[in-house]
Design a protein around this ligand. Structure first.
Ligand SMILES: C[S@@+](CC[C@H](N)C(=O)[O-])C[C@H]1O[C@@H](n2cnc3c(N)ncnc32)[C@H](O)[C@@H]1O
Ligand code: SF4
Length: 416
């Protein structure tokens, strides 16, 4: 048994692994879910980056149009007529959703027939999509937050990643003429020979080029990607992570999740930290009170399934209560804080009744502190969280996505 299985068995108090089945519900019961978010996946890019694990293929207009027609049908299959469910947010991720900016308006209109979005709409862009035309189209469709995949402002690192150079000043000029509530920029850290000075420069350039929010992800070397980049050793990675965090704190940038910082109180961009979500499109996941399900990664099979009037679900996991608790805690902790009242509201039982010992241990080890029922991660806690997340990503997500990239509808899958 490996470390992650041991931790999972201990926390779920069971040897039962996560068992995904090739089955699905024809109707998704999301009516009573509180704090529900929406995610739409657009799997097309004009360039395929060798390090990227996401579900995507080369952009082709005709295929993208057929895909979006199917996507709209999926929303109609899931949406409940006569009920406008309140949802927190809607995020368009990819791939590169900005490539189909001209159809985002249509997708949002269909979504609004079934849902009321309270906290805004986000969309991901490649730096080459930051043009007045695309930003104008997104803005008039109702998009309020954008996230741009910068990765690095340093040519040296762009070339390590195999990404094209872009004109930062031109991008900054275009951003100035639009007023989005959040302009986030994505960076990758822990690249070979990357120093704290390199990252400090990226952070400052981001904020001076129009961003009010940044996401700095550690480079993850997925087994199924063909990336020649070697992952940095853990000690150097920890040093970098601690220095970035302390630097951002000293500069007064607010940490709103493990990897994100902002220089404004209202800037927020996260499609991950929600208690429940409905996902539409290839590879999109749905998380409800008792189940997790994931759609097929295969664009043609996705379209075919929807044409036959059925949901494009590939695998479904039905949670035990403890499994769901661990899942909830893991993703809530992503925001660096866990409020015991939120846990109790979601599960109807006190957090300490189920995980009191672990909380005391984490406090003793200096991983968390407590203030008025809110547990907050310390710098050390954030590093170990990152360590677990990295492990989880490689033990679970890497395995799951690896299988799903090969088979549209696998028989089943067991994650130990
Ligand atoms: C869907 S892309 C963003 C939008 C657009 N497709 C682009 O690349 O500019 C999502 C983000 O995931 C991050 N990412 C992709 N592969 C990664 C990896 N192997 N390790 C860490 N972060 C990664 C990148 O920062 C990227 O910007
Ligand atoms: S990093 Fe972005 S542009 Fe590159 S392949 Fe992934 S989704 Fe596409």
């Amino acid at each position: 048994m490996n470390v992650i299985s041991l931790v999972r068995s201990y926390l779920t108090r069971s040897l039962k692994p996560f068992e995904f089945k090739n089955e699905y519900n024809e109707t998704l019961k999301y009516g009573s879910c509180e704090s529900l978010g929406l995610y739409v996946h657009i799997p097309f890019c004009t360039q395929i980056c060798s390090f990227c694990p996401y579900c995507k293929e080369l952009y082709d207009r005709e295929k993208a149009d057929r895909y979006i027609d199917a996507l709209i049908k999926e929303i109609r299959l899931v949406g409940k007529k006569g009920m406008k469910k309140k949802v927190t947010s809607l995020y368009f991720g990819g791939g590169t959703p900005a490539l189909t900016a001209d159809r985002i308006d249509e997708i949002i209109s269909v979504i609004r027939e079934y849902f009321v979005i309270t906290d805004g709409i986000g969309a991901e862009l490649h730096p080459e999509n930051v043009t007045p035309e695309i930003l104008g189209t997104l803005k008039s469709a109702g998009v309020t937050k954008i996230s741009i995949g910068i990765q690095s402002f340093g040519d040296k690192f762009l070339s390590v990643l195999g990404r094209k150079r872009f004109d930062r000043e031109k991008m900054s000029e275009v951003l100035k003429s639009f007023d989005f509530e959040t302009v986030s920029m994505d960076f990758i850290f822990a690249l070979p020979n990357q120093t704290f000075e390199d990252l400090k420069s990226d952070i400052e350039l981001a904020f001076s080029s129009g961003a009010n929010h940044i996401a700095i992800y550690p480079f993850i070397d997925f087994t199924f990607t063909k990336s020649p980049i070697k992952a940095m050793d853990n000690k150097s990675k920890r040093e970098l992570l601690d220095r970035i965090t302390l630097y951002c704190q000293k500069r007064g940038y607010r940490r709103d999740s493990i990897w994100t910082f902002s220089n404004s109180a209202t800037a927020k961009y996260s499609s991950m930290t929600r208690e429940n979500f409905l996902g539409f499109g290839c590879s999109a996941a749905t998380l409800l009170k008792k189940q997790f399900k994931i759609n097929t990664f295969n664009v043609e099979e996705y379209i075919k399934r929807i044409e036959s009037g059925k949901l494009p679900t590939s695998l479904t996991l039905r949670f035990t209560l403890r499994q769901r608790m661990v899942y909830w805690l893991f993703w809530t902790a992503y925001s660096t804080k866990v409020d015991r009242r939120d846990f109790e509201k979601f599960f109807g039982v006190p957090l300490e009744e189920y995980y009191g010992e672990e909380i005391e241990l984490a406090k003793k080890l200096g991983l968390i502190t407590e203030d008025n029922g809110v547990y907050e991660m310390t710098l050390k806690g954030a590093f170990y969280y990152h360590y677990i997340e990295n492990y989880y990503t490689l033990a679970y997500i890497d395995k799951m996505w690896g299988i799903m990239r090969k088979e549209a509808f696998p028989e089943g899958m067991v994650l130990k």
